[in-house]
Design a protein around this ligand. Structure first.
Ligand code: ADP
Ligand code: ZN
Length: 604
């Protein structure tokens, strides 16, 4: 193992392995197959990059993400690793030259797209060279369950048939069991060692807040907590993506849009801009994000309710890959619940599929309405054994909601649904409860029923909050008709009969989190540290521009932050900083020392 550790320190500049990296690397380096399930940001790349350097021959990395391969290779070049890309973005000449170098044994790693790998030409080419290993990245693409399915991935079992002696490692950040089963079956990995890491991302702070006004809430969140930083804003529809991006731009922020209705070229441009810029907001549908390895995404905001916890966790997982503090922030309201339920009700999908989709939405809703730790709820949803009750870094832990006995109010709401014939939507029901003599109420004579005016004591927003929670809890469901009418369910009977109490929570009264507990590593810097941080960022931006690569390829924020905190005074101290290996020390050491020393003099 000491060889692997040396490579980690010398080449990558990191002091120690994380989680299961050491075991995975050792198993693969000795020729064993592996299946690695690790969350985004967990450090999957090192699991094959280090064995690639330890074993004879070239490691072939299969990835569906053509647009991102170049940046991965650029980052490897930065630390002196011999790597190349082979995909459809190369010219004929470039392709020939890469193939020639490959045969000459000039690469430690070669990144290829699956469709290229499967060509007869490429298969012949690699039959004559020594292969260190095959790494199958984003291995969940083999599964028809997920939305990232790639038919070419199904054919990757050929690797094992053609090259039985070459070890394979399949990697994914998708946690669910069906996908895992598919990967094992389709890729012929039944004898592979399976490594499952905890999917916890402790540096991400989860928050779900009541939706009042999407735009102003979003703007306040960004300006107060993430001004000048990079983030992703997810919306449900293409139209909302475009409107939100345009609106943010009008507010003077740098924002780009991404959705499946845009042309390939427009999408690539947006993505490229997002990867390069350090203070840019990507507004997107869920079409955006697979494999995006921008490490310094400081926040992921959801303006609409995701369809499942799987999706939500994957999307929010794109925040904070560098391990620094990051926010997953979502606004959610009654309208979201009704919209999502109706979409499923009205969809043409077969009943089994509908049931599955509904069950996933229910789990998502119960996460939104929970009054216990959100992180623990998500981890146990993924089947992890949760050993503590609270994480201390989600809104519920930081600021527990007030719980109240709402049995009487819920009974009033349910009986109002019953008395009006289960044919009306929330707005009308609240009018009846609050005793508003609207035209509709007169038309239906709902001022004559027993529930008219029995809820005068509560405001409209209080009633909306109650309805939202009881729908999410399954005491009411939306019917598929044009009004969005609400119906009673099996569960609601027990409440109407007084056999069961209902406790709801009140988030409105809770104090503002952000003002009390800032979630930002940079907030803790003093004035002179902040000045140094800014200088280092400017130097990094200039250097990145000169080389035509994103800033994080030069150094991650985590490395810059450690430079600020430790303020090394000589080359030896500099090499102790995580992220500075031999190659970077040689390349940038003197520039960095100049900045650091000038800063200490100014300070002293
Ligand atoms: P994944 O592919 O699992 O999402 P990456 O391989 O991109 O994650 O790694 C995420 C981040 O963690 C990268 O910035 C990487 O350099 C860093 N990293 C990985 N392993 C280590 C380690 N042992 N020590 C410090 N940083 C690490
Ligand atoms: Zn928590």
């Amino acid at each position: 193992m000491s060889q692997a550790l040396n490579l980690l320190r010398e080449v990558f500049g990191y002091p120690a392995f994380r989680g299961q990296q050491a075991e995975i690397i050792s198993h693969l380096a000795q020729g064993g197959d592996c299946l690695v399930l690790m969350p985004t940001g967990g450090g999957k790349s090192l699991c094959y990059q280090i064995p690639a350097l330890m074993r004879d021959g070239v490691a072939i990395v299969i990835s569906p993400l053509i647009a991102l391969m170049r940046n991965q290779v650029a980052a490897l070049h930065e630390i002196g690793v011999r790597a190349a890309v082979l995909n459809s973005s190369l010219t004929r000449q470039e392709t020939v030259s890469v193939e020639r170098n490959l045969i000459a044994g000039d690469y430690d790693l070669l990144y290829v797209a699956p469709e290229r790998l499967l060509t007869a030409r490429f298969m012949n080419l690699i039959s004559n060279i020594r292969i260190a290993l095959f790494a199958i990245d984003e291995a969940h693409c083999v599964s028809q369950w997920g939305h990232d399915f790639r038919p070419e991935y199904m054919q990757l079992s050929i690797l094992h048939e053609r090259f039985p002696e070459v070890p394979r490692i399949a990697l994914t950040a998708t946690a669910d069991k069906d996908t895992r089963k598919d990967i094992v079956e389709r890729l012929g990995l039944s004898t592979a060692m399976v490594f499952i890491s905890s999917f916890d991302r402790p540096n991400i702070r989860y928050r779900i807040v009541d939706k009042t006004d999407r735009y102003s809430q979003l703007l306040t969140f960004i300006l107060k907590e993430h001004s000048g930083e990079a983030g992703i804003v997810y919306c449900l529809s293409r139209k909302k993506v475009e409107e939100t991006a345009a609106w943010l731009t009008k507010q003077g922020l740098l924002a780009v849009a991404y959705h499946a209705g845009m042309s390939m070229q427009e999408r690539n441009e947006s993505q490229e801009k997002f990867l390069r810029d350090d203070s840019i907001i990507m507004v997107a549908t869920i079409a955006f994000g697979m494999g995006i390895d921008k490490p310094n995404v400081r926040f992921v905001a959801h303006l609409d309710l995701p369809k499942s916890i799987e999706g939500y966790y994957q999307e929010t997982g794109r925040a904070g890959r560098d391990g620094l503090a990051a926010d997953a922030w979502m606004i959610y309201g009654l309208g979201d619940v009704i919209l999502q339920q109706r979409r499923i009700e009205e969809s043409e999908a077969n009943p089994v599929h509908k049931q599955v989709t509904l069950r996933k939405l229910e789990a998502m809703l119960s996460l939104c309405e929970t009054s216990t730790c959100r992180r623990m709820q998500m981890l146990s949803y993924f089947g992890e054994t949760v050993t503590i009750a609270a994480c201390g870094n989600c809104d519920i832990c930081l600021n527990p909601p007030e719980i109240w006995n709402a049995t009487v109010e819920v009974q009033k709401a349910l009986s109002c649904v019953y008395r009006t014939g289960q044919n009306f939507g929330v707005r009308h029901l609240i009018d009846v409860l609050r005793g508003n003599l609207t035209n509709r109420i007169k038309e239906w004579h709902h001022d004559k029923i027993s529930t008219f005016g029995i809820g005068k004591d509560l405001s409209v927003s209080a009633w909306r909050s109650i309805f939202r929670q009881i729908i999410a809890l399954g005491f009411l469901k939306t019917a598929s008709n044009e009004y969005g009418a609400l119906r009673l369910t099996e569960k609601s009977r027990e409440i109407l009969k007084g056999q069961r109490a209902v406790f709801l929570h009140q988030r409105e009264k809770s104090k503002r989190l952000s003002e009390e507990q800032p979630n930002d590593d940079l907030n803790n810097l003093n004035m002179s540290e902040r000045a140094l941080w800014n200088q280092l960022r400017i130097w990094r931006a200039t250097t990145a521009k000169e080389q035509g690569v994103p800033a994080y390829v030069i150094f991650h924020d985590a490395t810059l932050l450690e430079l600020v905190r430790l303020c090394p005074q000589n080359a030896n101290e500099l090499s102790q900083v995580a992220g500075i290996g031999a190659r970077r020390l040689e390349k940038y050491g003197s520039h960095l020392m100049a900045i650091l020393l000038a800063n200490s003099q100014a300070d002293g």
